[in-house]
Design a protein around this ligand. Structure first.
Ligand SMILES: Cc1cc2nc3c(=O)[nH]c(=O)nc-3n(C[C@H](O)[C@H](O)[C@H](O)COP(=O)(O)O)c2cc1C
Length: 386
């Protein structure tokens, strides 16, 4: 397993993950939809924002804390829902939950997780949110919501940008559908990439191979096999009409994830949003969707304080977190940044990713001359071009 203490930044963790994981799994994490325009655009928007520092302001210990939906977080970074983490490392979602809790952060569990949601909840004494897909139909989703409520998840995250699954071309090139399928003959051409990563393979076999999805239990059929996910997503996707029955089952706060316009932000408010995540699913859904950082000011203006605003997509460094907060986000979600850590070295890798963000934030707030996350505002940045 990689020595993640030597990772200086998230790009190093990404490289360590690339060396441990079979290509099909690394690319599943790393890739985006179609031409990956949005994937690159998320990064480009961050790169275009520059700072207006207040030089040599004495800031000793900047305060990183933030409050999101009544949770006190040690810094404005939330672990995003990332599906199939158990394929990257056997501890998967549990490792993410533990590392988040140890750092005083919040982790969101994906519907398509390899561990039971109750086990995830038990792995963290801190707050946790459950992300909802309607995979397997309404009855399966209703059962998951009920379980999430009983297990003590404090918010439901409804992802609204997966009406159908995006076209992730790397997965097709790498033979992911064949590797997940039942035909040995179809698998054969793609097996060498797996054999080339013996460390990962041993962990994977010890963990019992591919697991069914324990939080998508289809009545009369049991847990859904992993290979069915993209076709099933298409068959039972979320529409706004679903909100009335979801509301009946979930009286707590609802977070809508996947907003890319003021209009959709207002729709979320109409459906009682407690928080909104400005997100393009990390460039994995509709390619040529805009960078989230460019859309953030429009959404902040439309929401006008009626819900909390979060952002994700392309966050790889502490400066990215600072830029998003300057432009109006309360906190950000990170997806790949911690998934790379997990792929590199399990829980240690996730902890290292979190640590990189923390030290980045401390150093850069001091360089900016800003005493706390709560003091950040637009006066610290030159905004991105529209
Ligand atoms: C491998 C992978 C799997 C993901 N699975 C889910 C998921 O199951 N549910 C969901 O709402 N978002 C999912 N996302 C999107 C993330 O929650 C988040 O929006 C995105 O990763 C943010 O971009 P970043 O990876 O550049 O930080 C996934 C992202 C990745 C990279």
């Amino acid at each position: 397993m990689a020595n993640v203490a030597r990772a200086v930044n998230i790009a190093d963790l990404r490289e360590m993950a690339r060396r441990r994981l079979p290509r099909a799994i690394f690319d599943y994490v790393d890739g985006g939809a179609e031409d990956e325009i949005t994937l690159r655009e998320n990064r480009r928007a961050f790169e275009e924002v520059t700072f207006r520092p207040r030089q040599s302001f004495p800031v000793q210990n900047p305060d990183l804390r933030v409050r999101v939906l009544d949770h006190d977080l040690a810094m404005p970074v939330i672990l995003a829902p990332v599906g199939y983490l158990r394929m990257m490392h056997p501890d998967g979602e549990l490792a993410a939950a533990r590392a988040a809790a140890a750092a005083g952060l919040l982790c969101v569990l994906s519907t398509v997780s390899g561990h039971r949601l109750e086990a995830f909840r038990a792995a963290t004494p801190g707050p946790a949110w459950f992300q909802l897909y309607l995979l397997g139909g309404r009855d399966a989703a209703a059962a998951a919501i009920e379980r999430a409520r009983n297990a003590g998840f404090s918010a439901l995250v409804v992802t609204i940008d997966v009406y159908v699954a995006g076209m992730r071309e790397r997965d097709l090139h790498n033979g992911t559908p064949q590797l997940l399928g039942n035909s040995l003959v179809d698998k054969l051409p793609y097996v060498p990439q797996v054999l080339a990563r013996p460390g990962w393979l041993i962990d994977f076999l010890r963990d019992g191979g591919i697991h069914r999805l324990p939080n998508v239990v289809v009545p009369g059929e049991g847990p859904m096999p992993l290979r069915d996910v993209s076709t099933e997503l298409f068959r039972s996707s979320f529409t706004w009409n679903d909100m009335s029955w979801i509301r009946e089952l979930w009286p707590g706060p609802i977070v809508f994830k996947g907003v890319l316009s003021a209009d959709d932000a207002r729709r979320c408010l109409d459906h009682g949003a407690a928080a909104i995540v400005v997100s393009n699913h990390g460039g994995r859904q509709l390619d040529s969707s805009p960078a989230t950082l460019r859309i953030l000011p429009e959404v902040v203006a439309a929401v006008n304080g009626r819900a909390e605003i979060l952002l994700d997509g392309g966050v790889r460094r502490g400066v990215d977190v600072i830029k998003a907060i300057c432009l109006g986000a309360k906190a950000v979600l990170i997806g790949r940044a911690y998934a790379y850590g997990l792929g590199a070295a399990g829980e240690h890798g996730v902890a290292r990713a979190i640590d990189i963000f923390r030290t980045d934030l401390v150093r850069n707030l001091r360089l900016l001359g800003c005493p706390s996350i709560g003091d950040l505002d637009a006066s610290y940045v030159h905004p991105p071009r529209g």
